[in-house]
Design a protein around this ligand. Sequence first.
Ligand SMILES: Nc1ncnc2c1ncn2[C@@H]1O[C@H](COP(=O)(O)OP(=O)(O)O)[C@@H](O)[C@H]1O
Ligand SMILES: [Mg+2]
Length: 416
Amino acid sequence: MSILSIQTPRAFVPLLKAARYKGAWGGRGSGKSHFFAELMIEEAATTPNYRAVCLREVQKDLKESAKLLLEDKIAKLGVSEVFDCQRDQIKTTLGGLIIFRGMQDYNSESIKSLEGFKRAWIEEAQTLSQRSLELLRPTIRAAGSQIWASWNPRNASDPIDQFLRGQTPPPDSIVVKANYSDNPFLPRELEQERAHDAKTNPLRYAHIWLGEYEPAAIGAIWDRKTLHENRRDKAPEMARIVVAVDPAVSSEASADEHGIIVAGVGGDKRGYVLDDVSTRGTPHQWASRAIAAYDRYGADAIVVEVNQGGEMCKATLQSVRAHVPIIEVRATRGKHVRAEPISALYTLGRVSHVGTFPELENQMCLMTAGGYEGEGSPDRCDALVWAFTELFPDVTTPVHKPATDEVFHGEGGWMS
Ligand SMILES: Nc1ncnc2c1ncn2[C@@H]1O[C@H](COP(=O)(O)OP(=O)(O)O)[C@@H](O)[C@H]1O
Ligand SMILES: [Mg+2]
């Protein structure tokens, strides 16, 4: 038997182990497609009766498929004698078969034709629909079968991202991140493209080349550019600081997060986001975290949304510390209605993030005038809105009744 010599970039080495799910995500030019193509050819060249399907969500033409890439790899790895490259499929002398399909061409009946397949490689998996993912998973069920996915993430809510990079990835999955900087074979042409994009398209650069999510949902009320342009690495002297909490209803592990944001108004009358200490866990855990942040930042009060837990929220905070200034707020309007005046402050350049808060900022950029477009509930963003609703009373209509004795307002309103 001939021995194939393949140089695998370090970023992909974890994927050489067997696993039910193998994922590689990242920006353009990282070598994702080449890696899976080489792995498939290596396996096909050495495994009797190998059966693999190369999938995309939509495949209008074979030219869109990985077929040409696989044929190049067959030639490059010097294993042509094992393969028979036909018009629309590739066969091996060991009884193997590789086919190329679009998931949209399958229905729940026709997908059964893939049941004996040992490998399914989903290319450009960011466009894979939930329906396709659900059709495919139970179909690729042969003993030792594997599902591979390569993609450039768009949104955390894309099915493949949720599935392989979400809170609860499936068992026996290996997922790696790779960018152009991990690709020792990066051609000069691509490097030039990248450098050009870095200069001329800064807004989309991080998505295209660094594998970060798309800048924002269409119609989002916040945008990355504004967040980025106003970002600071240090806060000025602060006039008032609050810790705002949007507690999740349930404390189960899979439940939503408790959004906990530390924000303030500076002596310069601008708003600053100082920290995001959101967490999952029990009420006692969020309360302890909020109070720890309150101490760490020398905050003036804890603002807490009480819709969900009524009196419980205050009691929870008081169980951790008996005397802590609490401002209870109640939502009487929808999330995005509350968020809009705050996003307007950002547009006016009156709010800075001190540091980067990727999860919070992702939520913000998925909040649209029509509602939240992300997965789950935008708890961090909600907590941020509560913080600035309290800190900038003049731009928002009051929506809360102060809880009499606990309320603590800084000396005078900062805007008076
Ligand atoms: N294993 C490899 N052997 C040779 N060239 C490679 C290899 N991996 C990547 N390259 C080069 O890097 C480029 C980008 O790789 P590719 O797999 O297309 O990246 P991605 O799928 O992440 O966008 C390819 O066009 C090719 O020129
Ligand atoms: Mg690719």
